[in-house]
Design a binder for this molecule. Structure first.
Ligand SMILES: O=c1ccn([C@@H]2O[C@H](COP(=O)(O)O)[C@@H](O)[C@H]2O)c(=O)[nH]1
Length: 244
């Protein structure tokens, strides 16, 4: 059966107190704990300490730093991340297969040295804030977004990564070219598709489930809601349905 994760809540806030309040609400008031995503905003400000605070409350941590550099640098950076005891890390597939393989080597080495489980490494394909207009006119990549995402997913799979970050709209095309266990983790989730902020390729949690997403990443629809716990519960119900 297809692996499906608890919703991943992007804790994209500037203030440590606000982050910790969200951790507390999401751990105390829910029967099913989400995975929490710590991104550049929180990690650059508060470093590994913020991961510790999440883990102390029992959360699995998705560390989304989207590494993209020369292979040697990414390998050494990933060795550091492997020591943190997180469950997921991210790199940009645009860095190429040599970079992704080096990153994986570093991650495995760091995790082994710290006696941690090896985090799942996921590759960003085309950010969900990119559409064909940006891809053609700014990145100068021809073809469709679907083709570009499919190409990056194939490359990530061939490089040994656990999966990719994509829009749920591209999952069918990705499954045609990747191994059966390859993960498609999908941000760009909105309850109201007319209210999509800077995201370009959006779907609802119900659509993400129907399209075969292994896990949804949701930020503002939860963190900027008047009632983040109620928003989380509805999104979880929509995505996982009867699944426990
Ligand atoms: O292609 C990508 C890759 C990562 N993200 C991240 O997901 C969340 C989405 O936040 P929303 O507030 O729900 O839009 C955010 O942390 C991004 O960094 C993405 O959106 N798209």
């Amino acid at each position: 059966m297809m692996e499906r994760f608890e919703p991943i809540v992007a804790i994209d806030v500037q203030d440590k107190r606000e982050a910790v309040q969200l951790f507390d609400k999401l751990s105390n008031d829910t029967d099913h704990m989400p995975i929490v995503k710590i991104g550049m905003e929180l990690f650059y400000a508060f470093g590994p300490g913020i991961i510790k605070q999440a883990k102390e409350r029992g959360f699995k941590v998705f560390l989304d730093l989207k590494s993209h550099d020369i292979p040697n640098t990414v390998e050494r950076a990933m060795a550091q991340l492997g020591r943190l005891g997180v469950s997921f890390v991210t790199v940009h597939a645009a860095g190429g297969s040599e970079m992704m393989k080096a990153g994986l080597r570093g991650l495995e080495q760091g995790a082994r040295e710290a006696r941690n489980a090896v985090p799942k490494m996921l590759a960003i394909t085309q950010l969900t804030s990119i559409d064909e207009n940006i891809m053609h006119n700014e990145q100068h990549i021809p073809g469709t977004v679907m083709e570009s995402v499919q190409n990056y997913a194939r490359l990530a799979d061939e490089s040994g990564l656990a999966g990719v970050i994509c829009s749920a709209k591209e999952i069918k095309a990705i499954r045609e070219v990747t191994n059966p266990d390859f993960l498609c983790i999908t941000p760009g989730i909105r309850l109201d598709l007319n209210d999509h902020d800077d995201q370009k390729r959006v779907v609802t949690p119900i659509q993400a489930a129907e399209l075969g997403s292994n896990g949804i990443v949701v930020g503002r629809p939860i963190t900027q809601s008047n009632d983040p716990v109620a928003a989380y519960k509805q999104i979880r119900r929509d995505f996982l349905g009867g699944q426990q």
